[in-house]
Ligand binder design. Structure first.
Ligand SMILES: N[C@@H](CCC(=O)N[C@@H](CS)C(=O)NCC(=O)O)C(=O)O
Length: 204
């Protein structure tokens, strides 16, 4: 199977980290496929009308997207029940942590597009202020209510770790560690995992 995308995308990196964590790191061929929000990428468009990264191409040539579905596909293929547990109480906590972290990634990527890609003069100040509020509220929420579940390796903790690393890389001025000491300490520890080191974007 193949996963298309660039590891700078937090959504792509989440899927590759998940592949390593379920033991499919060698089975997945990562094809570097960058995207621009203003251009159609023909290869991606042939697999997904949404045309965003990541897209997984199965061994039968079918496209699977988005990152959440790819992670579920990888866990299912590997017979792994840790990333998305079956036990209902834990399952929906993990899925909510994943949604929180993916929401954080959505906001961070959109903020990056707005500030770095959108032509000057077309930027929307009120939207940027609202998005900053959303980003900081998400950091607060992770620190206050999710430190227990972040200790496990699951779809939510992977999404949180990768997204915070993306923010370090693209939006360091947000200073997310300020006021979030537990989250900062946890992130340093989680970043030492092989899956995170093999997919590191630091220095790019
Ligand atoms: N919900 C999607 C989001 C994917 C996404 O936003 N990918 C960005 C890169 S970080 C992208 O492909 N942007 C190109 C575009 O918007 O055309 C997922 O979880 O896979």
């Amino acid at each position: 199977m193949k996963i298309y995308g660039d590891l700078i995308s937090p959504f792509v990196r989440m899927t590759i980290v998940a592949a390593h964590e379920v033991g499919l790191g060698e089975r997945v061929q990562h094809i570097v496929e960058p995207v621009k929000p203003t251009e159609v990428n023909a290869k991606l468009a042939s697999l997904s009308p949404i045309g965003k990264i990541p897209v997984l191409e199965t061994d039968h040539g079918h496209g699977i997207y988005d990152s959440r579905v790819i992670i579920e596909y990888l866990a299912h293929s590997a017979g792994n029940t840790n990333l998305i547990p079956h036990e209902p109480a834990k399952r929906f906590r993990v899925l909510t942590l994943q949604a929180l972290s993916q929401g954080l990634a959505d906001s961070a990527v959109a903020y990056r597009y707005e500030t770095a890609a959108r032509p000057k003069g077309l930027q929307w100040e009120d939207w940027m202020a609202r998005t900053e509020t959303r980003l900081h509220a998400s950091f607060d929420e992770l620190e206050a209510n999710w430190m227990d579940l972040l200790q496990d390796v699951n779809a939510g903790s992977i999404a949180a770790a990768v997204t915070l690393a993306y923010i370090d890389f693209r939006l360091p001025d947000l200073h997310w560690r300020n006021g979030h000491p537990k989250l900062g300490h946890w992130h340093e520890h989680f970043s030492g995992r092989d899956s995170m080191k093999k997919t590191s974007i630091a220095g790019r």
